[in-house]
Design a protein around this ligand. Sequence first.
Ligand code: ADE
Ligand code: ZN
Length: 342
Amino acid sequence: MNLELKRFITGIPKAELHIHLEGSLEPELMFELAARNRLELPYRSAAQVREAYRFRDLQSFLDIYYQGMSVLVGEEDFRDLTLTYLERAHADNVRHAEMFFDPQAHTGRGVPMETVIRGIQAAREEAERRTGISTRLILCFLRHLSPEQALATLEEALPFRDAITGVGLDSSELGNPPERFAGVFGRARALGFRLVAHAGEEGPPGYIRQALDLAGAERIDHGVRCIEDPGLVERLRRERVPLTVCPLSNVRLRVFDSMADHDLKRLMELGLLVTVNSDDPAYFGGYINDNLLAATEALGLGREDIATLARNSFQAAFLGPKERERRLEELDRFVSDFSREV
Ligand code: ADE
Ligand code: ZN
């Protein structure tokens, strides 16, 4: 790729809207936290951990992902995890990050909700103070567990209502359609939470329709399988429903055979509000700029496409009008300064 385009991609101000904090746990930090908590890992080195990251599908990843996060025990662990991610994102010129967390994967092994959220909050404050990065937190329900457990988790999080902007839905998609969670999403909406859901990653387009119509999702995480349903594509375009697409994740989890087969560019050409994100960067071989670079290389994206993706990321973010305007102005300034220089 030409150096100028590379510099444009890395330097452009952007928002990340689809990142699982637990999926940013790099093997080196995993070992550090295991030592801190006197836990044994089934691996001898960070390199050996990375060796194990060969996935067949979403489930084969999730099995390793839930095992990896068992080193997160105390408030400091959640703080270190979050701060490490936010500093790494800042290095990629991420100005705003909306971060998922999976509380049930922690409370289910005896870590209190309070520990998780207090640790994350400490890091958010420190990162914003150090770098100016703004953040939102989105609580995800694990869809392989029951709707009753999701509802209990929502109630458990209410003492920390102010820390949490929205709720989402993740984990094993096939066989766990959004309609199962319509009730808890309705309750979350009544409480003023913003709503997002993973849909159309491995699941069929019908799951995206359910996420919109039955769960009330405002944004679809992944959503790449919408392309199989032209009527749905037209609706997503008309209603400007954002898709938070994660190219490296989709290739690693075999949603697409290769990056050249990814439908990101087709979705953009169809006029959808697409964003590029890292999903679980420690597991899928890269952060947001790595995703943009890999997609650009394989799909032949240009500077205009990158500017559109960055603009979309701020348009799709849960930002207030003033903050959105400020971020978009900074983006426009970057684009016009860059054109003047080259
Ligand atoms: N949890 C973490 N990453 C996920 C993904 N890509 N899909 C569903 N659940 C997840
Ligand atoms: Zn995800």
